[in-house]
Design a protein around this ligand. Structure first.
Ligand SMILES: C[C@H](O)[C@H](O)[C@@H](O)C(=O)CO
Ligand code: MN
Length: 412
């Protein structure tokens, strides 16, 4: 018997249908964020990152152009099983230049072509940072009506681009709004900025699009660098806004207090929202955007999605930007780990475990939960990689080493 067959038999003893788990995982698309490839620099001129976020490290070989970024993503996708989506930020316009308020679908034609040729989907994000009009980290809540209006126009322009992506590719495009707005020190007015943000969002979301092409989300945050005392777009703000206005909430796993986890929020929100969006990242002491590891919280996130039977209701995207290691490798590790966590969750006998909880059999529940941790999950994962013709175990790293030597190291 092969290792896969032996592993499959062990899971079957618990009533787990391994083949069904593999088939389910195959259908899950994860949105791979383009900005890991170049430390959120984008293709506008300065590349200076603002908005209270930071990419740290100076590992050589980062992508400097769209061609390089596309080539790097191709290498990553060749090592990641399945077909996925690419998450694009508005500061990554490829076809001609325009200020943020004047961006149009035509400025992103190369992205559409890239995705179409590879059978990928696209998601989108307005970029409310790294721009002279966001120098004070205030955008949609800015007290100056002219600056606010510039950013409202940007928000509207981005929805048109996202709807275009969805229409062109025949796949729903998630358009996610995250703004940095906040204050370094104790504000004198917490209500006014939030009122202005609500009004700006109302203006941005006024136009109606085909819901098969675009879905909108709003992403909260607890604080940013230099914006430690007050964040306009807090969790309560966006949770309330989303509930009242029919847009989705996006939970970023780095945007809560250090001991607060999003895994526990997933089942709650699925009770009240049709869909939910995620930015899966790894906060280390703060919103540091480390590469996603196969850690406890990632496993819990995946378990909640799977046991709520919500793989088609949770839009999973990644969000990290580590500049201290090979950037293509960072994508591959994060994407494969997200998939591994989902597979791990799909291989759990959830009904049996939930039954033990309901019966109050907590001793047995703990015993089985702990034993299942050492079941031969890796052999099932290897089968999934083989099914999709991507290298198993550490073999994929040979390609990274080779690409770094032959391509990335030549970028000066
Ligand atoms: C670059 C992204 O828009 C950004 O990471 C945002 O999603 C975020 O999480 C900011 O902290
Ligand atoms: Mn995020």
């Amino acid at each position: 018997m092969s290792r896969f067959e032996t592993a499959k038999a062990m899971y079957q003893e618990y009533g787990v249908d391994v083949e069904a788990a593999l088939q389910t995982l195959e259908k899950v698309k994860i949105s791979m964020h383009c900005w890991q490839g170049d430390d959120v620099s984008g293709f506008e001129n300065s590349g200076e990152l603002s908005g209270g976020i930071a990419a740290t490290g100076n590992y050589p070989g980062k992508a400097r152009t769209a061609e390089e970024l596309f080539a790097d993503m191709d290498v990553a996708f060749s090592l990641i099983p399945g077909k996925h989506k690419v998450n694009v930020h508005a500061c990554y316009a490829t076809d001609g230049k325009a200020d943020r308020n004047a961006l149009e679908p035509k400025h992103f034609q190369s992205w559409v072509q890239y995705a179409r040729e590879r059978g990928l989907g696209l998601d989108f994000n307005p970029t409310f940072f790294s721009h002279p009009k966001a120098a004070d980290s205030l955008t949609l809540s800015h007290p100056d009506a002219a600056i606010r209006s510039f950013w409202v126009e940007h928000g509207k322009a981005c929805r048109r681009i996202a709807a275009h992506f969805g229409k062109e590719l025949g796949q729903l495009c998630l358009n996610n709004v995250w703004i940095p707005d906040g204050y370094k020190d104790v504000p004198a007015d917490r209500f006014g900025p939030r009122e202005r943000l609500r009004n700006s969002l109302d203006a941005i979301f006024a136009e109606k699009f085909n819901p098969e092409h675009i879905v909108d989300s709003v992403e909260s945050k607890v604080f940013g660098i230099g914006l430690e005392s007050y964040t306009v777009g807090s969790h309560e703000f966006y949770l309330s806004y989303a509930a009242q206005n029919g847009v989705l909430c996006l939970l970023d796993s780095g945007h809560f207090h250090p001991t607060e986890v999003i895994s526990d929020k997933i089942p709650t929100m699925l009770l009240f929202f049709d869909k939910l969006a995620l930015h899966v990242t790894r906060p280390v002491r703060w919103d540091s955007d480390h590469v996603v590891r196969f850690d406890n919280e990632l496993q819990e996130i995946a378990k909640e999605i799977v046991r709520c039977n919500a793989l088609d209701r949770v839009l999973i995207g990644l969000d990290f930007f580590d500049a201290s290691i090979n950037r293509v490798s960072a994508w591959v590790v994060g994407m494969r780990n997200m998939q591994k966590a989902l597979l791990y969750a799909l291989l759990m006998p959830h009904a049996k475990l939930a039954g033990l909880q309901t019966r109050g059999a907590f001793t047995e529940l703990m015993a089985i939960q702990e034993e299942l941790k050492l079941y031969p999950f890796g052999d099932i994962w290897d089968r999934f990689c083989e099914m999709h013709n991507v290298p198993v175990r550490c073999q994929w790293f040979n390609r990274i080493r080779d690409y770094e030597q032959t391509v990335q190291s030549k970028r000066k």
